[in-house]
Design a protein around this ligand. Sequence first.
Ligand SMILES: [Zn+2]
Length: 419
Amino acid sequence: MSGTCGELVHNRRMIRAGGVIDAAGRAAAPGVVLLEGERVLAAGPPESVGAVEDAQVEDWKGFLVMPGLVNAHAHLDLSGDGVWPPAGTDFRGWVGRVRSLRASMNAQSRRAAVERGIELALAGGTSCIGDIGGHPPDVSIHLLRASPLRGVSFVEVFGLGARQGAAVERMRAVLDEFGSEVNGVRVGLSPHAPYSCGPRVFAAAAQFGVPLMTHLVETLAEVEVCRSGTGPLREMLEHDIGVWDRSVEVPGEHPVDALLEPLGRGRFLCAHVNWIEPRHVQMLADSGVRVVYCPRASAAFGHAPPELAEHPWRILHEAGVNVCLGTDSLLCLETPDRLSVLDDMRLLFRRDGVDARLLLAMATTHGAAALDLDPTVATLGTEAAGVIACPARGVCAEAMLADVLRRDDGPQRLCRSAQ
Ligand SMILES: [Zn+2]
């Protein structure tokens, strides 16, 4: 930065924290982070950073400093004011209510909803996001690119039966219009789900070479409609939305079996994955797909896995799948003032006793890799996309991390995105 007289002015801040930790092996208590503007110059134990004469020293003794978080599955456009339907076990009814509310929004309220979503994500300590943009997608793309957030704005497409060709053309047009990265945000594609997009849509998406996301086996009804063409999702597609006609071919098998090839070839990021069978674990691991688990959303919708003793995320992780965390939309969450995977880490830590270090990796480096970002953007290295601080006590950085997960405080942002 240049001063008014042309001299060099360093905007250096020495953050003296109770501790620092990231998923790349940094862990120190006390810990120090040296920032220059929005950029991390160094992080670690005080002796590794040393004295820096021209840095402004800040005391963050009661805080644990961590990288900004990665929320790999969000719907920022569902963050608007107003009475939104709460999540529940009636998925068809819930989708119907969300669709009619969305249809009632105008350009101004859509824009306001995405802006609020971005504010809530930033309030949650998010530095990178995988957002499923609303319709039309340009609102989400432009607002995300104008924000400090990095990541991917996924444009959602739908297309069953005879409508698959139009969906493929739409994907092509979207990439022609928004193809290149701007301000740290790429545009990706999201064939919505196996029950709302036919196999040609998934196969075409896999060829574009851009980040891809889909909702995969979120509900048991999805398994039913793919296997037999029956059930509440068939009713919804045929009667509520009017897109099920004679041109729709029923796959006749579980969605993972029907779509594994294009999902793997496109290295799709698969959201939810609530209802797989044990034999699918190794198949998914071998395919190269990534999984984003949204624990609070799964709990809010009452989704539980069959046969497996718990949600399959852990066994997928142990089989080698990159599993990261997402919030899904604000409609599924009990935190109206922030949108943060920190609260999903807390649920898994408290409810399931998941290791705090693994949760930190899922909420940072795993998420970055799943969004095709360099994982170092989600560490305290010099490429960090953001730095946050959480109130915490403890004798070491790991104990402080566990303390963060026992508390309910929101994170504070120390720096945002250094492009
Ligand atoms: Zn979703």
